[in-house]
Design a protein around this ligand. Structure first.
Ligand code: CU
Length: 491
């Protein structure tokens, strides 16, 4: 009996271990299967695309364009048949498209009617740090924040969203998101589609997960390295939308406003389109592409041609990032979504062809650089070994100077990098020239695992030694967890 007891104990341990391992393997296999989302060919496209109303505000006696924005709670029918509690701007979900011109002085009157403190950041805008709306500009419930600045940058599709430290993911998920279009004379002189809501359409793409009772699921799926990943897409808050195209070409202002999902946009018939603008504005010339990859925060303006009576579906398909297996599956990189159906009328008004030349970009010159600085993204929450600290300035730049920033993803997780205040030029990626879609003005760029990019940044004249701008990963879970640093621009 004394010799059999250890044997029996050993057998019991082996049996329990086998049982646990088999259980885990089964669980992992089920999780792997369930992590795949594919809505292609499944959507009814039965809802007209909501187009956010234009909001140009009013011009006061001093010639300042004043734009009132009220952050509110509300409800919205995100998915068919259920009402979902949401947040919005001047409405229950999302916000109006704010529009202003280069050269104008604007003042935003942002009133917070939400139950908690938030901020509102003008993503892609060059402006004084105190007006930037980052974590240092909290708007408490009931308060109004009134930043003012002079719009001084080329025509572009920018956007606005909250930026409270540690809470950005949730506030964006709840719906405090809108587009901010900057106009200028140079863009106006080009024969591009520019009738808002007709042949010039905002396409704000977000992935959401809504439970059967209508509540937004704000959590992250098991094993996701990118934080929340929704199983349904919304465009301007519309599920399964269609848009009636009445002209031979249509301009789509694509914005990836998802908290963590990478979208590779293209059409179901692989038709090509003209890429005309990136984050910070128009390119020197249109580039013909059939896919455009956008990580969270990035924008692209594309012009697509349609024939009378046809329809085509914008899709989000697996991005080709060289990531496989477990990591790809749980980061949504195997997922496929139908996004938006374009339905061409049987007779189309003839549009002018897309101009062969667009704008001359006064791009930052690497030869003028006064120094190179490294920002190494590590794990899912650190830059250069440290998490975000509101009381620490990580970098100081001087007004009017040019710097090279070497941004490096040292981790096995996807990141991107967004720099406030400037539109930078991507000099190279892993030592190679950037592809056409990364050659225009950018404020956000994707960094696949173990990749690096060199960016050329030229700082403007907005000096403020005490208020920092942010540089951070725009995968919002990573940003909230601390993958953010602060820099000031000084005289
Ligand atoms: Cu990240």
């Amino acid at each position: 009996m004394s010799t059999r007891r250890p044997l029996r104990a050993a057998l019991t341990v082996v049996a329990i271990a086998s049982f646990v391992m088999a259980g885990f393997a089964t669980y992992a296999a089920i999780a792997y299967m369930r992590a795949l989302d594919d809505t292609t060919g499944e959507l009814p496209f039965d809802t007209p695309l909501r187009v956010p109303p234009l909001h140009t505000g009013r011009v006061d006696a001093d010639g300042v364009r004043v734009v009132d924005l009220e952050l509110r709670t509300g409800t919205s029918q995100l998915l068919p048949g259920v009402e979902t509690p949401t947040w919005g701007v001047n409405g229950g979900h999302l916000g109006p498209t704010v529009r202003a011109r280069r050269g104008e002085t604007v003042r935003m009157e942002v009133t917070n009617r939400l139950p908690e403190t938030t901020t509102l950041h003008w993503h892609g805008m060059s402006l004084p740090a105190v007006a930037d709306g980052g974590p240092h500009a909290p708007i408490r419930p009931g308060a109004t924040w009134s930043p003012t600045w002079v719009i001084d940058q080329p025509a572009a599709s920018l956007w606005y969203h909250p930026h409270p430290h540690g809470r950005t993911t949730e506030h964006v998920q709840r719906g405090v998101v809108g587009m901010f279009i900057v106009d200028d004379d140079v863009a106006d002189a080009l024969a591009l589609p520019d009738t808002y809501g007709v042949d010039d359409v905002p396409v704000i793409v977000q992935d959401v997960r809504v439970d059967s009772g209508g509540t937004l699921d704000l959590g992250s799926p098991m094993f996701s390295s990118l934080g929340p990943l929704g199983d349904q897409l919304l465009v301007n808050g519309t599920h399964a939308p269609y848009f009636d195209v009445t002209t031979t070409i249509v301009r789509l202002r694509l914005l990836n406003a998802s908290p963590g999902r990478i979208h590779d946009f293209g059409f179901d018939d692989d038709r090509s389109f003209d890429l005309i603008a990136t984050d910070g504005g128009l390119l020197d010339a249109p580039y013909v592409l059939d896919r455009i990859l956008l990580s969270p925060g990035e924008r692209a303006e594309i012009v697509v041609a349609v024939a009378p009576g046809e329809s085509t579906v914008l899709r989000s398909t697996p991005p080709r990032l060289g990531i496989g297996g477990f990591e790809a599956r749980f980061s949504g990189l195997h997922d496929r979504f139908d996004v938006l159906e374009l339905r061409a009328a049987s007779e189309l008004a003839a549009s002018a062809p897309v101009p062969e030349r667009l704008v001359e970009w006064d791009a930052p010159d690497p030869g003028a650089s006064v120094g190179t600085h490294v920002f190494a993204l590590q794990g899912r929450s650190r830059i250069n070994g440290r998490r975000m600290d509101m009381d620490r300035i990580d970098h100081v730049a001087r007004v009017g100077t040019t710097e090279i920033w070497e941004v490096r993803n040292d981790s096995g997780t996807i990141h991107n990098i967004h720099v406030h205040e400037v539109q930078f030029r991507v000099l190279d990626i892993d030592g190679a020239s950037p592809p056409p879609e990364l050659r225009g003005p950018k404020d956000t760029v994707l960094l696949p695992p173990r990749s690096s990019a060199r960016l050329v940044l030229r700082f403007g004249e907005h000096a403020d030694p005490s208020t920092p701008y942010m540089v951070h990963c725009h995968i919002l879970r990573h940003e909230d967890d601390g993958m953010m640093a602060q820099f000031t621009v000084v005289e």
